[in-house]
Write a new protein. Structure first.
Ligand SMILES: Nc1nc2c(ncn2[C@@H]2O[C@H](COP(=O)(O)OP(=O)(O)O)[C@@H](O)[C@H]2O)c(=O)[nH]1
Ligand SMILES: [Mg+2]
Length: 362
């Protein structure tokens, strides 16, 4: 499992790890997970050519049997020898609720790598008091910190965003606060540090230690503070447009509205799939803080006239506000994209329910 908070860089790093293992001749099966269906991550990983199963409707810990079934399904389809699973970014207590039960029930079938927990360096520096800036309220930070507490490997991601001094300071602060973990630094973008982390994942097994204490009331309150929205939007235009322009415009509109409301974005990501694409190509955009800039990931080669926009938005805000923001933002596109018609085909917006794990081994 490659864990870490929303926006930490898990999906990007999993793509790199899967490609690395693939190049070594391993067959890789990926498992994504979310509270709701219609996951951008699943599309992004499938677009890279990896066999990917999605578990929707709850976290791995609460849907333990679905995790085992997903592994079974991938085994039937392509017999992977390595599974990489991405848990929901607002989830913690994975060792007690997923790893230990997996080992107890299916220990003969799986050997389990150490739990890596990725952290966004800016988010981590703010939580640890090394720099000022917007952030989450206390109970959400509780989840962030519990994720790090149970990590075997704490992996500072996006190290290309830090200078050497800030990185050293963050490493030292993490090592002091979480002495049981080994700290790695990686950049999926530049490739820095990946070899060392991959080698550690491949060569080591998760060690057994006493699982951490978790206050499930605080954990549940923290999760419930995060509004969640997944939407599918059909777009059609009488004039050609660039998918990346559309993604940027929607992202900025939603971001501006959330900023005005003082809401912190955890992860806001969208994909655009053109209707006329035969190859499954798509464009994507990501935003991981209210005060960051939206970044285009993948892009299309040519302008388009219609396609499907998938929106996954997680922020410390009420789900109703998120839904209003998204629909107002889509309506406001008319000025910049004359002839564009954007219709919300499906939307789910909610606060995650109280986590009730299928198993919990202490
Ligand atoms: N600068 C930089 N950005 C990264 C890197 N890895 C991921 N990101 C960006 O971080 C954002 C969130 O990444 P994602 O993999 O979706 O995070 P997840 O929510 O943890 O799965 C995206 O905009 C990525 O492009 C990296 O190594 N460097
Ligand atoms: Mg992800």
């Amino acid at each position: 499992m490659i864990g870490g908070f929303l926006g930490a860089g898990k999906t990007t790093a999993i793509g790199k790890l899967a490609a690395h293992l693939d190049a070594l001749g391993h067959k890789v099966g990926l498992i994504t997970n979310d509270q709701a269906g219609g996951l951008v991550d699943t599309r992004v990983l499938r677009a890279q050519g990896f066999a990917t199963e999605e578990i929707a409707g709850g976290c791995f810990c609460c849907r333990f049997n679905s995790l085992v079934q997903a592994a079974g399904k991938l085994t039937e389809a392509s017999k992977p020898d390595v599974f990489i699973a991405e848990p929901v970014g607002s989830c913690t207590d994975l060792v007690a609720t997923v790893t230990y039960p997996l080992r107890r029930l299916y220990g003969d079938n799986f050997s389990i790598a150490p739990l890596s927990v990725l952290v966004d360096p800016v988010r981590a520096r703010r939580v640890l008091g090394l720099e000022a800036g917007g952030g989450f309220s206390r109970k959400v930070v509780y989840i962030f910190e519990k994720q790090l507490e149970e990590a075997d490997f704490i992996v500072i991601s996006k190290s290309d965003m830090l200078d050497g001094e800030a990185e050293a300071e963050l490493r030292a602060a993490l090592a002091a606060r979480f002495p049981d973990a080994e700290v790695f630094s990686i950049s999926a973008r530049s490739g820095a540090g990946l070899e060392e982390w991959f080698a550690a994942i491949q060569s080591r097994e998760q060690s057994v230690r006493r699982s951490m204490e978790v206050d499930y009331d605080v954990y549940a309150d923290g999760e419930a503070l995060l509004g969640w929205l997944n939407a599918t939007v059909n777009t059609r235009s009488s004039e050609e447009f660039e998918a990346s322009d559309l993604l940027r415009a929607v992202a900025r509109e939603v971001q501006n509205r959330l900023r005005d409301q003082g809401a912190e974005i955890a992860h806001f990501k969208m994909t655009f799939s053109p209707d006329d694409s035969l190859s499954g190509e798509l464009a994507s955009i990501n935003l991981v803080r209210t005060d960051a800039s939206p970044e285009i990931g993948m892009d299309l080669d040519e302008p388009t006239t219609s396609g499907q926009l998938i929106v996954n938005l997680r922020a410390e805000a009420s789900p109703d506000d998120l839904a209003t923001n998204v629909s107002d933002s889509l309506r406001s596109l008319a000025a910049a994209f004359p002839g564009l018609n954007a219709t919300i085909e499906h939307v789910e917006h909610f606060r995650p329910g109280r986590p009730t794990p299928t198993h919990r081994d202490s």
